[in-house]
Ligand binder design. Structure first.
Ligand SMILES: Nc1ncnc2c1ncn2[C@@H]1O[C@H](COP(=O)(O)OP(=O)(O)OP(=O)(O)O)[C@@H](O)[C@H]1O
Ligand SMILES: [Mg+2]
Length: 582
């Protein structure tokens, strides 16, 4: 991102909080005006006292100085509260916006962007932006005011001395320019390494059992140490640059004081009087602090800039799957549940062959359809297309005859309950997991959904029953229990279309068949798309679609399919052999 665009972005972050920012900056201006006035007061005091020493005079000046300094202190505090507060507000806004934006992005975005990287952008990078908009704004404004107010007074006090004292400043400016590119590159490298290490930690923690099963602790430790080392090196390099730059700037700023003392002292009495000399010294002192801090401010600024790029790259990812204008609104109650595919073709980005190749079918309302086929034949891809979790073209998939890309996304997903192949549970109670699609469902509805999914007796045997917490990703439940809890969640929402993607693979054939019967019972039949490798459960379906290499190669009832040679009959005989072996 270009420098000017970044700057516009920063202003955009500040815009909602312009009130507090302006107040903070005005307060800083007042502090600086007072600060610039104090040396003048001291100069007058010195002047008056050298003419005529008077205790009353000293006390008067003392009272004025103390009250000025205390008000400066109070106003400076207010300015910090306002400006740092803005930083915190922007941090809050950004975290919220990042989260909301991530919610809009399609699952494939998360396949290419890792969790650890996104977490590090939402935390560490947002933190850097907060510092930029708090500390850096405060420090830059303070420096600008200090210079703008101090320099004219210094020149009016003594042109020659002020000019000499400022000689080191252009050198300082040049040094800062020289170092800034390097600082930015090193900062980018630190942030990237930080992301990599968050990723590694995140991945290792989720795969901890696997690490132990394969006894890979030593390898993982080495891999972590390697990454940790890279981060250390990047941090040390950055620290080295900063540690060269900061003392250089501080040292150069101090040279100004030396110049004034060295040259100025010899001129006291001739071209400069004591009062002006003292005031000049005090003014140059006033410049040292903001100047020495410039190094910090610039690194904080660059760190923030790097982070602006990293955070903005999240926002620049446009959601690919969203409502078209004039999206059609549907209500769950009126949907019949007819599904049609017309030459549905889908190729994953970067893949050479399509995962779905000219798929055609028509599923009638209330029909239970089983989809079978070898691994990688495109079944899950098809299931993901139906609720538009994948970015499919127009005119290929229809719900009740309406192109699904024209239906409002929330209505489409409201109409389709989908149990994905990997059942995911949140780390909350079983009942909250079941209630996920309808948080206000009655307890009775939760229990009915659990009964239909054949999990209720197991839940009531748990110590806390429906209030048992399932642990992260449902770790405290067995695979089959997790699957049936995920199924109960889908049953609860009572959608007209239900898609089960191998959702009963960890459930025995008998229970699976019973669950299927439960699904198609009831007064208002759902359309059920049941993807499975369990052919005996599939036999209970009204029709079976057989998939191979992204195509539907056979369609028919179990009896019809068994009468003709083809993939289904082959799969069935293989299945019979497996049944015998068990
Ligand atoms: N996110 C993805 N990116 C790229 N290719 C993918 C992705 N997901 C699946 N594929 C590929 O698409 C093809 C179909 O995969 P899909 O998951 O639909 O198969 P499946 O029939 O569900 O298999 P299984 O029975 O093992 O679940 C496979 O060749 C797979 O490698
Ligand atoms: Mg699959």
């Amino acid at each position: 991102m270009s420098q000017s665009r970044r700057f516009v972005k920063l202003l955009a972050y500040l815009r909602p909080h312009w009130g507090a920012t302006t107040l903070g900056i005005i307060a800083l201006l007042v502090v600086n005006v007072l600060g610039a006035y104090i040396p003048l007061l001291i100069r007058d005091c010195v002047g008056k006292l050298s003419e005529n020493f008077d205790y009353g005079q000293i006390i008067r000046y003392f009272i004025i100085l103390v009250s000025l300094s205390s008000s400066m202190w109070l106003i400076r505090m207010a300015s910090r509260i306002w400006i740092f507060g803005v930083g915190r507000q922007v941090e809050f806004d950004l975290k919220q916006q990042i989260f909301e934006h991530l919610l809009k992005l399609e699952p494939s975005y998360f396949a290419t962007n890792t969790t650890g990287d996104l977490i590090s952008r939402a935390t560490s990078d947002v933190d850097n932006i907060r510092r930029l908009l708090g500390f850096v704004v405060l420090s830059f404004a303070n420096t600008i005011f200090a210079y703008a107010l101090t320099l004219p007074i210094m020149f009016s006090l003594n042109l020659e001395l002020a000019g000499l004292a400022l000689i080191p400043y252009p050198i300082m400016f040049f040094m800062v320019l020289l170092f800034s590119e390097r600082l930015r590159n090193q900062q980018t490298s630190v942030q990237e390494n930080l992301s990599d290490i968050s990723n590694l930690i995140q991945e290792d923690i989720s795969g901890i059992s696997l690490i132990k099963i394969y006894a890979q602790e030593n390898n993982e430790r080495r891999a972590f140490a390697k990454q940790n080392h890279k981060l250390l090196k990047a941090n040390l390099k950055l620290a080295q640059t900063r540690n060269t730059l900061f003392p250089l700037i501080g040292g150069l700023a101090n040279i100004s004081t030396l110049i004034i003392i060295w040259i100025g002292a010899s001129k006291i009495g001739s071209s400069i009087d004591v009062g002006d000399f003292v005031a000049l010294l005090l003014y140059i002192e006033r410049l040292i602090f903001p100047t020495a801090l410039l190094g910090f401010t610039i690194t904080a600024y660059q760190r923030g800039e790097v982070s602006v790029d990293r955070v903005e790259s999240i926002f620049s990812a446009e959601p690919k799957i969203q409502d078209y204008s004039n999206a059609i609104q549907l209500s769950r109650e009126t949907i019949k549940g007819e599904l049609t595919a017309k030459n549905l073709t889908f190729t994953y980005p970067g893949a050479e062959t399509p995962a779905l190749d000219n798929v055609n079918f028509n599923i009638n309302p209330g029909e239970t359809i089983a989809i079978v086929g070898g691994i990688g034949s495109g079944k899950s891809t098809l299931a993901n297309c139906l609720p538009r979790l994948l970015d499919i073209d127009k005119g290929e998939l229809f719900l009740d005859g309406i192109d699904i890309t024209e239906i409002a996304l929330t209505d489409l997903r409201d109409a389709i309950a989908y149990v994905p192949q990997e059942s995911f549970l949140f780390s909350t109670t079983i009942q909250n997991n079941i209630r996920y699609g309808d948080p206000f469902a009655e307890q009775q509805e939760v229990e009915t959904a659990a009964e239909l999914s054949q999990i209720s007796s197991e839940i009531t045997n748990l110590p806390q029953k429906y209030n048992t917490i399932v642990g992260e990703r449902g770790i405290t439940l067995s695979g089959g229990q997790r699957q049936r809890t995920a199924l109960a969640r889908a049953m609860l929402v009572n959608a007209p279309v239900l898609i089960l993607d191998d959702a009963l693979s960890s459930v025995d054939n008998q229970t699976a068949t019973q669950i299927l019967k439960n699904l198609s019972s009831g007064t208002k039949r759902k359309t059920v798309v049941f993807i499975t490798h369990q052919l005996s459960a599939a036999a209970a379906a009204d029709r079976i679609l057989v998939m191979e290499k992204g195509k539907i190669v056979q369609t028919g009832t179990q009896t019809e399919l068994l009468q003709q040679p083809g993939l289904y009959r082959d799969l069935w005989s293989q299945h019979q052999v497996e049944e015998l072996l068990h």
